[in-house]
Design a protein around this ligand. Structure first.
Ligand code: CA
Length: 482
């Protein structure tokens, strides 16, 4: 079965608290359009009602307590979320929630503690003697008043902070303590990439481990999600991630699927992490995204035969969640690298019509992006590919990656779907291109057409099961039986 996921939010999704309600209404339609699952934004209370959820304040507050300016989160209340999840389930959609485990934001009270300042570019490079700062590291959650958990956070439970309230100064401040340091089991970029932002959670502390695992079990009982997307895993002790996955999996009375954001395009870093967690998690294919981005920027100068080079899809296909863009790569956001408009449909063909990877369609690409950038969605261009994914893209795959400006591949079809099988051609060239491909001896005499509508050729498969499949300049065509 060809499962397809939708990332059901973009950075500028309206902060009117209506997102969960909107999902409740749309769930049936999302399923009809060809999606099997939705990845939802963080359900947990952030430091402000308009925050998308990554500045997480209280993980036990799913929009239930009057904290940080509202009962609801950016997306709505806990009750609305529960209803939305039920609507998704009723529609036959899998539901995955975004869990932010790396840091906390919006502490309730200041504490004074000793730190060493480190260099932004190299967190192992200490650039000060120990000194006192004031940080917002005391989390007491007065609005929740101990419901679900009476755990309170203090500076000992964090490794570092990025703000000194005493001097009103930003920096990266490593918190001192006996035997305390950045975790060794994190990405090596910037010397040690344990610290990302806000107050970095110290997973070396046993109380922290117990609290977060206890919360994960609570969440699994409280909400009927089918899986979790783990945010920023390259900044979190991989031993803890492994333990979290194991304990939640064991606790749950249903299958829980884990996928993570390890934002590093280097294959080796991804593979090291996957080994650390014994491949119990899938990862977003970040390298593939950057290949798409480069292809979009370089146009005809890009060598399309290298489009899958060093990607997880190619090297670790069983662990790859493939995507074109997301809420961080969209214009104006922290990892801005938005795939060029002209290449977008081709990029979606490259994730939706291949045999490998679990493809995820971005809300912003599908419905459009709000706010100052105001980008139109490409629903129609993607819908034709979703149709092809549902009806044609089955069976063995043969690649024709033999020309830097025109690549193609064939799916031979399978019994899973009647009359399935397709021939895909992608071009970044300045002129029309074509690819002669073999689609199967038994297809001789069939007439194939382009499901994208980009070309209106009717192609007859010859006696040997071959045909020339044409593609417009800098475009994609997806041929299947008429
Ligand atoms: Ca961290």
């Amino acid at each position: 079965m060809n499962l397809t996921l939708m990332q059901y939010f973009e950075w500028h999704s309206p902060d009117d608290g209506e997102h969960w309600n909107h999902l409740s209404k749309e769930a049936g339609r999302i399923k009809e359009m060809g999606f099997d699952g939705v990845w939802l934004p963080p359900p947990t209370k952030a430091d402000h009602p308009s925050n998308p959820g990554y500045a997480v304040y209280d993980v036990y507050d799913l929009g239930e307590f009057d904290q940080k300016g509202s009962v609801r989160t950016k997306y709505g209340t806990k009750e609305q979320l529960q209803k939305a999840i039920k609507a998704c389930k009723d529609a036959g959609l899998l539901v995955y929630l975004d869990l932010v485990l790396n840091h906390k934001a919006g502490g309730d009270e200041k504490e004074t503690f000793q730190v060493i300042e480190v260099k932004e570019e190299d967190r192992d490079d200490e650039i000060s003697e120990p000194f006192d700062i004031e940080g917002y590291t005391r989390f007491t959650f007065p609005g929740r008043n101990g419901k679900y958990s009476d755990f309170k956070w203090n500076f000992n439970l964090f490794t570092g902070v990025d703000y000194d309230a005493k001097e009103d100064r930003n920096g990266i401040f490593k918190i001192m303590g006996e035997g305390k340091d950045w975790s060794d089991n994190v990405d090596g970029e910037h010397g040690n990439y344990d610290f990302l932002m806000y107050s970095d959670i110290n997973y070396a502390h046993p109380e922290v481990q117990e609290e977060i695992i206890g919360w994960g079990k609570w969440l699994t009982d409280e909400l009927d999600a089918d899986g979790y997307r783990l945010d920023a895993v390259k900044h979190i002790d991989s031993n803890f991630i492994k333990r979290f996955i194991e304990e939640i999996t064991e606790h749950a009375s249903r299958d829980i699927y884990f996928f993570g954001e390890y934002w590093n395009p280097e294959l080796e870093a991804n593979e090291d992490f996957l080994e650390d967690v014994e491949f119990d998690i899938d990862l977003f294919d970040v390298k593939l995204h950057y290949n798409f981005f480069s292809a979009g920027e370089e146009k005809e100068k890009y060598d399309l035969t290298k489009i899958f080079e060093d990607s997880l899809m190619k090297e670790n296909p069983w662990n790859a969640v493939t995507f074109v863009d997301n809420h961080d790569t969209q214009p104006g956001e922290s990892l801005e690298s938005f795939v060029a408009d002209w290449f977008k449909q081709s990029a979606y063909a490259l994730i939706l019509l291949r045999e490998d990877g679990y493809p995820c369609v971005f809300y912003g690409d599908y419905y459009g992006i709000d706010g100052e950038y105001d980008i139109d969605g490409k629903k129609e261009a993607i819908d034709v590919l979703l149709t092809a994914r549902q009806h044609l893209a089955y069976g063995d795959q043969e690649d024709y990656f033999d020309h830097r400006n025109t690549i193609g591949w064939v799916r031979f079809g399978s019994e899973e779907a009647e009359n399935s099988g397709c021939a895909v051609v992608v071009s970044n060239g300045l002129e029309e291109g074509f690819k002669k491909m073999h689609v199967g001896d038994h297809r001789s005499g069939e007439v194939w057409v382009d499901y994208t509508g980009n070309r209106d050729d009717e192609i007859t498969i010859d006696e040997e099961g071959n045909a020339e499949f044409h593609v417009n300049s800098q475009s994609v065509s997806v041929y299947g039986q008429k």
